[in-house]
Design a protein around this ligand. Sequence first.
Ligand code: AMP
Length: 403
Amino acid sequence: MTSFDSLGLHPSLLKALQSADYTEPTPIQSKAIPKIVRGFDIRASAQTGTGKTAAFLLPLLNRLTYPRPQASRGPRALILVPTRELAMQVAHQAEKYSRFLNRIKTVCVVGGVPYPAQQRQLSRPYDLLIATPGRLIDFLDRKKINLSHVEVFVLDEADRMLDMGFVEPVERIASALPTSRQTLLFSATLAGSVQQLSERIMNKPMDIKIHSDQAKHENITQKLHLVDNLGHKNRILEHILQEEQIEYAIIFTSTKRHVEQLAGELYEKGHSAAPLHGDMNQRQRSRTLAQLRSGKIKILVATDVAARGIDVQLITHVINFDMPNNTEDYVHRIGRTGRAGAQGTALSFAAHRDTFLVKKIEQFTGQQINVVEIAGLEPRAKPNHPKKRPFRGGYRKSYAGRR
Ligand code: AMP
């Protein structure tokens, strides 16, 4: 098994990974990082939730630990992303991984934000520029950014960028960069227009694909329990904890208060359960995770925020006591089980209002989530013959129409 230590990264980056509780690289990270460190252009097909951001950020930050090749102003690395939200997420991760490195300054240049503050940041020295295409072009036209010393150019979610009509801006930006740069392209698909673009702006790229079962979580059995209310959820959970072969589980709920409450209730009932949420400090969180790894705790009740970055291979079950707010969080949550090729089970409790989200999740993952029922704990209102209807991504319509 690869470890972060063997990927050729700076000790300060390894320290940051340790404090983020990342114990081992994800498949995309172990494949991409060594190649990027060696200077190759790479094209990687990887969706969100696979750890793709760290796959390019870690080697990129590693490169920034070396002194500038010449006295110059302007960014040494450019990360182009389709949306402001993604820019913020990438910036957040960059900050997390570079916290033990000195002097790495990041500037975000994104649309929907007033110009003066960005302009002020651009007038001071900085190393890493994270940008959306439209606003970057604005600044290039005003000659406020000089891209002629960029060493690494990253295109994140390239397929989305092209879907949003940014082909020309991307090519213009690429033409403002030195030809000697390293280019890294990440995209859910590498076919069609993404491939054509990459041929125009990349230099003999190496392709990296991760197995689809890892991307799509095919080693995770997903099931859905239709629920009426909180009491119904509690009864189903109790049944599952008694009957299913659960070794280690993470139960997700939506608020810190409920995390505390549910962990307390389960503990009272004799389960070795503990809470994990954002109000706990780093020491408390690390202690809880260590207790999980050592087997003292078997059930973690957590919020999404707290569960980010948890990589404990023992987890056999993920239970969505409350559904997440969006598809990405769902994929991220269920990815806490079935790690490193193991089998896992993800159980979701969906109320009537979650119908639309479930449909979106199924479309996103391309997988149907089977509805299951427990004898004696059936929901009061049921879909029409749900098991007989073929899956077309919309079978839950009948359920939506019922109540
Ligand atoms: P991404 O696919 O880049 O959106 O990352 C998904 C999530 O996985 C982010 O919350 C990361 O912080 C987290 N993550 C990335 N790499 C690892 C790792 N090696 N171990 C555990 N969590 C990780």
